[in-house]
Design a protein around this ligand. Structure first.
Ligand SMILES: *Cc1c(COP(=O)(O)O)cnc(C)c1O
Length: 370
């Protein structure tokens, strides 16, 4: 009997890194600085160097990272933020939390990222920022988006929750716009053992404001110059991330190799459409997602063979009750609707064996051929 196939196998990673992770956690338990301990600054330095931007701010989650970024930019009622409806709810949620209006622009069906060619038509005098999501682990066309933003005096915030470690024209995700926000939720490409996230920025003034917002708007203890949040990253989570960073390059390489293997095996399969990775980019495959017309039946066949799948995401945000009344739709969102109806994510993590991957593809091929 073969081992159980997991969608994302976090225990395999822990087994591989156990001594380093245990030692780092034990060090925190010993020094006792559970809140803003020395591991936070150490991690921020390492991450800033990795991404190659001057400022990194560790925060409580990916959602908190996006929220703090919008608060630092003073986004509020009357402002519009352009984003994609085909994403996890957080991206639009934070826009609504600060009282601004999410403006949904359709995706390019080839990579399921926001279609940069549709953004300019959605800009109004109220537009303040654009939040492209690097969905499934690949950056959107950031140079095109940055150029539009520059022409219209807008800020670009990359939602890089699924793409930490990905490359875009030789730069790293989180370092391809003025602000980049990522998540360290356990199942993300770089995950901790609870909630966590980080903000990256090239702007020293914004970095200072974000650091203050992270701790209740304090410039100094008990001096509150602005409204903030309780948005700190836990020291223990920083310790876990520091232990994992040593092997992160190897994990990214494994993710890319496994993704390439999937693309090669699935590329010619009829009834299955893979995500296109642009030549100037890499995907770290936060999810390995394909588009299948007959999704329900194929997912059923995989489940019957004990192969887990997931749907990222079944309902685009403009169709969600919470967002229907408070968002604006800019143009047709037919690609987002089509993607929501047909995407299926396959098991994807750096520890999938080649024979397991071949079996997944076999079962998928058998199901789509019927
Ligand atoms: C996971 C995710 C988030 C939120 O990250 P959390 O750490 O769970 O708050 C935001 N955006 C996208 C696209 C995500 O996948």
């Amino acid at each position: 009997m073969a081992d159980t196939i997991e969608l994302i196998d976090l225990k395999a990673q822990y087994r591989a890194l156990k001594p380093a992770i245990d030692a780092r956690i034990a060090a925190v338990l010993d020094h006792g600085r559970y809140i803003m301990g020395p591991e936070i600054a150490e991690l921020e330095d390492r991450l800033a160097t990795y991404v190659d931007v001057p400022h990194c701010i560790g925060v409580a989650s990916g959602t908190e990272a996006l929220l703090i970024a919008l608060m630092a930019l003073d986004v509020g009622p009357g402002d519009e933020i352009i984003t994609t409806p085909f994403t996890f709810a957080s991206t639009a949620e934070v826009i609504a939390i600060v009282g601004a209006t999410p403006v949904f622009v359709d995706i390019d069906i080839a990579d399921c990222n926001i279609d940069a060619s549709l953004i300019e038509a959605a800009i109004t005098p109220k537009t303040k920022a654009i939040i492209p999501v690097s969905l499934y682990g690949q950056c959107a066309d950031m140079d095109a988006i940055n150029a539009i933003a520059e022409r219209h005096d807008l800020i670009v915030i990359e939602d890089a929750a699924q793409s930490f470690g990905a490359a875009y024209k030789g730069r790293r995700s989180c370092g391809v716009s003025m602000i980049g926000c990522t998540s360290f939720f356990p199942s993300k490409p770089l995950g901790c053992y609870g909630d966590g996230g980080a903000i990256f920025t090239t702007d020293v003034g914004l970095a200072q404001i974000m650091r203050e917002i992270r701790v209740h708007g304090q410039a100094k203890r008990y001096q509150h110059d602005r409204i903030g949040v309780g948005g700190r990253l836990d020291t223990i989570q920083a310790a876990v991330l520091l232990a994992k960073l040593d092997s992160f390059d190897a994990e990214v390489a494994a993710r890319i190799a496994i993704g390439d293997r999937y693309l090669e095996m699935l590329g010619a399969m009829s009834g299955v459409r893979t995500i296109r990775v642009a030549e100037d980019r890499t995907s770290v495959w936060g999810q390995f997602t394909v588009l299948i017309e007959d999704r329900q039946r194929v997912a059923g066949a995989l489940a019957a063979a004990s192969i887990p799948t997931a749907i990222h995401y079944p309902i685009p945000l403009h169709r969600q009750t919470a967002y229907a009344g408070i968002s604006r739709i800019a143009g047709s969102l037919e690609n987002s609707e089509h993607a929501a109806a047909s995407v299926l994510s396959l098991p994807m993590h750096p520890f999938i064996a080649a024979d397991v991957q071949a079996r997944i593809v076999d079962v998928l091929g058998g199901a789509t051929a019927r």
